[in-house]
Design a protein around this ligand. Structure first.
Ligand code: NOJ
Length: 560
């Protein structure tokens, strides 16, 4: 990168409405850093790495769930919403982590899981002691089955993890009762009944608990799913779907927004997987949520027209109501960007398993790995030029590829188990991070085990191996984040275009005029008319007096 970047201004994390353009680093606590050598990452491990996060230049971190949980779905099965699971540390460890983040100007976003709880949550344990359909079952969806004696599920709703979304309850003699409970995910994750006022007041209190404790934001799991259509109708192809995007969810989020507004500068982020940007924008109305992930950028293939759509439509709808757009290229539910963009063939997903269907069908060749890494860098630089916030999933700054060779016996994802191995699941993007080039767990801990096995040669992507190389993925990411901050990009996007496989748009820099971002997603080099290079994802060819040539799979920022 060139040196025509102004010096950094006030970090966004200390500005009002910091979340509007923050870079947020997503940490899967189990896989980040393990301080006690038990094989699972923990909160003291994260606290010890705060200098690393600071140097990366992120404004905030989002932690995947670390509450008390039997971990049937990586902690998205919460047994106690107010307590940290001992495997991740003590409540005091969490408070120390929070204070440590705030001391260095990093905000903290936690995950909240309101659609379902764990089968080990006190409410479900209590319900299981009662006759199906009575008393404590009011907090869940407990419904008579269909067919004469209720031996068929109440309707044909399918679990996101495949198979029916209902499990039959036993009667007092242990025989099938004809009553079923709803679980849109695993049977160990019973859906909560949001028509029950007690469920609503309990979550009001949970939200206040974490905000009062000092947490800066909450990411809302399955934000479109909490309200179910009355009478549990089968889907008929119309929208909203009987259990997705029902209007009633917006009443809940208005209530939550009022709670967030009782505190200073707190934010609510929706995980709302919706194909329609106009419907997504409804979650961002001024009295609802602050941010909602734009999943079309996460799932876009390496294609200029597709990325242009993934950028244009959310911006158009969100800008109209003054809401920011939230970008991401990776998270803990999808194969790593390097592998998705590599050009290698992908596995055939099972029907209904929608967010997980981007896993390469075989190991990548060296050439595919290099292509994927070049594209992942370019996509990162492009994303950092967009208006709104950007979420960087831990390991994305290292260019980690998806791990494909996890032995069956070590796989943990319920998707793998529920599909009998037909869908490989999400473990491959959750493998513990490599910190050192060597060692039995590559610096993840000082012991010899990690909860998911790390592949041979994992140290090649380690922080240590990349630290000394100025061209490494890590150092590139650091520079790109610093450049975004220094330029202080303001306002919306200009001149968005996808033509001949080349994507371009402009932004205005408060410090330095108009910035143009160009991404070459074609197979040919392209000439760039601007002559001042601000940042680039790979070396461009520049001969004195001739236009800069941007190679395929690269992104460049220039002054327009
Ligand atoms: C979305 C989360 O990101 C995913 O990891 C989880 O399995 C489901 N919600 C169910 O909570």
């Amino acid at each position: 990168m060139m040196s025509s970047i102004p010096a950094a201004r006030t970090p966004p994390s200390t500005r009002p409405q910091w979340w509007r353009d923050a870079v947020v680093y997503q940490i899967y606590p189990r896989s980040f850093a393990d301080s006690n050598g038990d094989g699972e990452g923990d909160i003291p491990g994260i606290t010890a790495r705060l200098p690393y996060l600071r140097r990366l230049g992120v404004d905030a971190v989002w932690l995947n769930p670390c509450y008390v949980s039997p971990m049937r779905d990586g902690g998205y099965d919460v047994a106690d919403y107010r307590r940290i699971d001992p495997r991740f540390g003590t409540d005091a460890d969490f408070d120390a982590f929070l204070a440590g983040c705030h001391d260095v100007g990093i905000r903290v976003i936690m995950d909240i899981v309101p659609n379902h709880c764990s089968a080990e949550h006190a409410w479900f344990v209590e319900a299981m002691r009662e006759a199906p359909g009575t008393g404590a079952w009011r907090r869940f969806h407990c419904v008579r089955g269909s067919g004469g004696s209720g031996q068929q599920p109440p309707n044909d709703w399918q679990s996101v993890f495949s198979g029916p979304a209902w499990s039959q309850l036993p009667d007092e003699r242990g025989e099938p009762s004809g009553w079923w409970y709803l679980h849109l995910f695993d049977p160990s994750q019973p859906d909560l009944n949001w028509e029950c006022e007690e469920v609503r007041t309990e979550f009001d209190d949970v939200i206040r608990h974490w905000f009062a404790r000092g947490v800066d934001g909450l990411r809302i799991d399955v934000a479109t799913g909490m309200v179910k259509a009355a009478g549990y109708p089968d889907p008929d192809g119309s929208w909203p779907h009987p259990h997705w995007d029902q209007d009633g969810v917006h009443d809940i989020f208005r209530r939550w927004r009022a709670i967030a507004d009782e505190f200073d500068d707190r934010v609510l982020v929706a995980e709302a997987i919706l194909g329609f940007p106009d419907r997504l924008a409804r979650y961002l109305r001024p009295d609802e949520l602050h941010m909602a992930f734009n999943f079309s950028s996460l799932t876009s293939p390496w294609d200029a027209a597709s990325f242009a759509d993934a950028i244009r439509w959310p911006l158009e709808h969100n800008d109209a109501i003054g809401a920011p757009t939230t970008w991401l290229l990776e998270n803990h539910d999808i194969a790593r960007a390097v592998s998705r963009y590599s050009g290698a063939p992908l596995r055939q997903p099972l029907e209904n398993i929608t967010i997980l269907d981007h896993v390469p069908a075989r190991e990548l060749t060296q050439a595919e790995l290099a292509r994927g890494a070049a594209r992942a860098r370019a996509a990162l630089l492009m994303s950092l030029a967009l208006p709104g916030s950007f979420y960087l999933y831990a390991g994305g700054e290292l260019g980690l590829p998806e791990v494909l060779d996890i032995p069956d016996a070590r796989r943990d994802d319920p998707v793998w188990h529920r599909t009998g191995g037909a869908t490989v699941g999400r473990d491959g993007c959750r493998v513990p991070l490599p910190w050192t080039a060597d060692g039995s767990t590559y610096g993840f801990n000082s012991g010899s085990v990690s909860w998911l096995p790390q592949p041979a040669g994992w140290g090649r992507w380690s922080v240590e191996a990349q630290e000394a190389d100025p061209d490494s993925f890590l150092n590139f990411t650091r520079r790109a984040i610093a450049a975004r901050r220094s330029l202080d990009l303001v306002g919306g996007i200009g001149d968005l275009m996808a033509s001949g496989g080349v994507l371009t748009f402009t932004r205005r820099s408060a410090e330095a005029g108009v910035l143009r971002c160009t991404v070459n997603m074609s197979e040919q080099p392209v000439d760039i008319d601007d002559d001042t290079i601000v940042a680039m994802s790979a070396p461009a060819e520049q001969v004195f007096g001739e236009p800069v040539r941007l190679l395929p799979d690269a992104c460049i920022w220039t002054y327009a």
